[in-house]
Write a protein that binds this ligand. Sequence first.
Ligand code: WT7
Length: 539
Amino acid sequence: MYGRSVEDPAGFWSDIASEFYWKQKWGQPVYTHNLDIRNGKIDIQWFKGGKTNICYNCLDRNIDAGNGDKVAILWEGNDLGRDATLTYTQLLARVCQLANYLKSIGVGKGDAVIIYLPMLMELPIAMLACARIGAIHSVVFAGFSAESLAQRIVDCKPKIVITCSAVKRGAKTIFLKDIVDDALTQSAQNSVKIDVCLTFENESALQKQMTKWVEGRDIWWQDVVPKYPVTCDVEWVDAEDPLFLLYTSGSTGKPKGVLHTTGGYMVYTATTFKYAFDYKPKDIYWCTADCGWITGHSYVTYGPLLNGATNVVFEGAPNFPDAGRCWDIVDKYKISIFYTAPTLVRSLMREGDEHVTRYSRKSLRVLGSVGEPINPSAWRWFFNVVGDGKCPISDTWWQTETGGFMITPMPGAWPQKPGSATLPFFGVQPVIVDEKGVELEGECSGYLCVKNSWPSAFRTLYGDHERYETTYFSAFPGYYFTGDGCNRDKDGYYWLTGRVDDVINVRYIYTRVLIHPIYLLLLFELYGAYVQWTPHWHS
Ligand code: WT7
């Protein structure tokens, strides 16, 4: 499959895309791209001309296939004993009610919506409701400050902000609505005034009457949304219409609004989920990431639901009330696929094995890791203690920008090496280059780039295509530069070594700016002036 995916990407991805529902089939060619800045504007398009809707493909399509009564979301609250479930049919009804409400206040195709919610069911519901009507969601992680939220509001000028009263994380209560109030004041000072702030009452954390309120702007979700019809027509959008914006902080400058479009993102996230986790319809899946990050977009909301999976959404903190909470949840829901980050693995490892071993965990089948290189000792602990030595670990390397997994093991398909993300996913052609941008062969060490496009590649930075081109396509012309350092071993396995973009940016500034002819001329002139005037200064 990998061979075909790189020899005939158009045929390979068309066959997979055909398994989804398209109101109208895409045109030809299946994809076009220019990744070489020397040949003009960077441009990536997949399935252009195709009309589809990702919410329809997540919900209606699975319901039509007979899975309406299957559980879509298993929600586990912060406090022990608080939980809820939604089947695919129930989820669709909730999504439609919100979609109808959004339409009623004038949100439509192409409008931005900011979602500042914790891991309540309402978070994926809000994302799907936006997708259903063609609005562009931008989820802001509900741990970000008022300043960060305001900055994002000012950048994308949403028609509405969706939030909740407060959330409990562990023993702490975080007053989200207060943070939003502050952010809305700040954005108004920057001439971006928000007319509607839809607020979900998260009863267990903070009740209605205790929440600060701005009459005329603030609206309780529970007061309006349930009154709307439980069906809502779908807005068919082009495969290349924007689906969402997600801001990444980046090491320098203002946050970058990474823009993903609809068709390619849908096909790729669904396919990576299916293969990298060896997904089977009976699986119960839990990804511990928050929907405020790309992991939550691609592998809590879209990837699993596109596959008709049963998905856990967890509101709380993984060490509350104690370090065994994750395994308590694994046993409670009989989770078979568990996807998390090395930081969590390491912190639980420090707490001691007994927090793990007092739970059975016998439902576990596949483990996953993302976010940073997983050090071999944490890998071994995860494998031997959590997985009882029987669950392969998918160490998935990817980025907000890539939308989906790029380098990842496929459970059981090839040998694993602790600490290596192993080999590229279908259709991905990674290359390692030296500092001059020369592609290295075989065993080597250098900068990780990708030399082709893949369906879920980001298409631009919102409102700043030039920054997109300079940040990702200028350092090594002809390639997408990931910003990561990487080694490749003799078996062709990839070993990520961490961010190097700062180093590369400095090099870029040095060559493009410091050696620029105008600077040289200026230096020359200064020197001339110095030679001419020094004698006078002395006298
Ligand atoms: C950066 C992307 C992708 C979702 C979470 C982070 C690092 C991510 C791995 C991995 C080694 C990894 C890279 C990458 N990274 N996964 N499996 N092995 N490094 O998304 O915030 O866009 O960060 O995270 O350095 O470039 P992000």
